[in-house]
Ligand binder design. Structure first.
Ligand code: 9PG
Length: 574
């Protein structure tokens, strides 16, 4: 990868006394307003690149980027890490185009605020083939050799890695437009290296100072993907009893969205749905021998909430003084201002009740991207998100966190489990017009793609949550083949294996598949080969035996494998 460091060039645009200045530099430099310290150090396995800016007078950064040459080859694949948990993330062929929100969907986007879920409001999407961008880290794969570029910290802003295949160029941008600099700013801390997948990702996380997670692989049940918000004591108890009576080998039982009166009013349990309150549910879960989990979206509140009505001063406002919308779920929701001590005190109290009074062991914390919808004059989006994640860890202490709807870089090493894909749907890929929408939309196909695409994060950054597998026959449109592929992928690529099925309706075969999927086995993925046809070949070892799985994610028959089917074959015994 050494060759990529030749011809590297930084570009910095900034305002000083309202005047735009543009500087291009290839080494350290200094002018009257700003000084840049640059270092490039080659280590045995990797190269580290650092850039620090020190302003001598107050300046406002307009853009900062690092440009370098990379000679792409026709068979190279480019891995793009999407903005947050739900954003599609996969290896692209170099002549593909990156998807964004279609302009045809504009009326829907205006109505439902789908652009808020991703990076669409602040990052311009290129339309040319080979122009990709991803966050925090990315790689180019040439056969089995990866060229990895990764940021060691997002505390000073999100790192956006752009490829320009047709120009043989890589541009690494820091998301810091509008940042007021009055002192030193560690703008880039990057590492770059070449090697096989295991070597480069082990080294990347080691350099970040992260120890491998010690929290175990876990299996469990969540209420969302069968009942959605329509949960109540009776349904929850029925499912809990069914799992317990069947002595299912699961670790955790998690209550999702729907127990609270409104999003934001976390301590107001809906008295009609849960007349005995959430403590009594946690007790019941514990009595059955499971850990208890509960869902919250701590950084937002919906317009119907008491919090929204009574604490307007806690809501985040933009430079124009307008409230900051986070999306259109529920009655639409707005972001809280986490810089306010009152807001942090409220959240600390909420967590204290959830963990210490109600007795929950795990919190599923969702819609976390709302902590960084807009940057502040002295804090980038990346810094806000990193501080928000540290705050959550401080609140939870040694309790378990499952993060969701969160930019991944700021979560590395701070959460136990993390969703790494979008929501699984009750069908394969929704209605065709929905595919014009945001990359974060609900789609079983995209959830499977992310579980495979982001496999390198599992057990390094946190334990990967690929979202649920579903086997049931009622309230579902997935075909038996699709359900089978989803269960296979979750078991083999994920670390948190959840379902939402009411198992009291299961057939004998479904029970058996459930047990098989939930039971922990020693699985190592050795190689994954995605083809243009939609076929993915997966080489893996299970209990010291080698297998190949051929997963057909397309709607066509490929090499004798039915649409959506996974076909596995024994390779050799050791
Ligand atoms: C609860 C749910 C579940 C689920 C979460 C999250 O892009 N979208 O429109 C979109 C809607 C809902 C959503 C994710 C994305 O679901 O992922 O597991 O907890 O919230 O409301």
């Amino acid at each position: 990868m050494k060759e990529q460091f030749d011809n590297l060039q930084f570009k910095l645009d900034y305002l000083s006394n309202n005047k735009l200045n543009q500087v291009i530099f290839t080494d350290g430099f200094e002018n009257e307003q700003v000084e840049a310290d640059y270092s490039l150090v080659h280590h045995a396995l990797h190269t580290e690149l650092k850039l620090k800016l020190v302003s001598k007078t107050p300046i406002i950064i307009q853009s900062l980027s690092l440009h370098m040459e990379f000679n792409f080859e026709p068979n190279d694949r480019i891995f793009v890490n999407g903005y947050q948990s739900w954003t599609d993330s996969k290896e692209f062929f170099i002549d593909e185009k990156m998807k964004t929100l279609s302009f045809l969907a504009k009326p829907l986007v205006n109505k439902y605020q789908f652009d808020k879920y991703g990076d669409y409001t602040f990052k311009k999407y290129a339309s040319r083939a080979g122009d990709f961008h991803g966050y925090t880290y990315g790689y180019i794969r040439r056969d089995e050799r990866l060229h990895l570029i990764g940021s060691l910290s997002e505390k000073n802003g999100f790192t956006i890695i752009n490829t320009r295949v047709k120009d043989n160029q890589i541009i690494i941008e820091k998301d810091c437009t509008g940042l007021h600099l009055e002192e030193a700013y560690q703008a880039f801390d990057l590492i770059m290296m070449q090697g096989d997948e295991t070597t480069v990702f082990d080294q990347y996380f080691k350099q970040m100072g992260l120890k491998k997670p010690t929290t175990p692989h876990m299996s469990g049940w969540t209420s969302w993907y069968n009942y959605y918000q329509n949960i109540n004591e009776e349904l929850i108890t029925k499912n809990l009893d069914a799992l317990s009576e069947a002595q299912k080998p699961i670790d955790i039982f998690q209550i999702d969205d729907g127990y609270q009166t409104f999003v934001g009013d976390w301590l107001d349990t809906d008295p009609l749905k849960f007349p005995q309150g959430m403590k009594s549910i946690a007790n019941r879960i514990h009595d059955n021998g499971y850990k208890a989990g509960i869902w919250l979206a701590p950084f937002v509140c919906e317009t119907n909430s008491k919090l929204f009505r009574e604490k307007q001063e806690w809501l985040l406002r933009d430079a124009q003084g307008d409230l900051v919308l986070g999306g259109s779920n529920w009655s639409r929701f707005y972001a809280l201002d986490l810089e306010l001590p009152e807001v942090r005190a409220y959240l600390r109290q909420v967590f204290d009740v959830v963990f210490n009074q109600w007795g929950y062991d795990l919190v599923k914390l969702d819609f976390l991207y709302a902590a960084c919808l807009i940057p502040r004059p002295h804090k980038t989006r990346g810094q806000l998100m990193c501080e928000a994640m540290q705050f959550l860890r401080d609140c939870a202490k040694d309790k378990l966190i499952l993060a969701c709807g969160v930019p991944l870089g700021p979560s590395f090493g701070l959460v136990d489990y993390c969703r790494i894909g979008c929501d699984v749907g009750l069908d394969w890929d929704d209605k065709p017009y929905m595919r014009l929408l945001h990359r974060e939309r609900i789609s079983t196909l995209n959830a499977i793609g992310n579980a495979i695409g982001r496999r390198h994060l599992n057990q390094r950054a946190f334990i990967n949550d690929p979202d649920v597998f579903l086997l049931r026959d009622n309230n579902i449109l997935l075909t038996p083949t699709q359900k089978d592929t989803l269960a296979f992928v979750n078991k083999h690529f994920g670390g948190l294996i959840f379902t939402s099925d009411d198992i009291s309706y299961y057939t004998q075969a479904q029970h058996q598949r459930f047990d098989e999927t939930m039971t922990l086995e020693s699985i190592t993925i050795t190689q994954v080969k995605p083809y243009r046809s939609g076929l993915i070949e997966v080489f893996y070892m299970k209990n010291n035996i080698s297998y190949i799985a051929r997963i057909n994610l397309s709607s066509k028959l490929i090499q004798g494998i039915e649409p959506y089917q996974t076909s596995t074959q024994l390779l050799e015994a050791h």
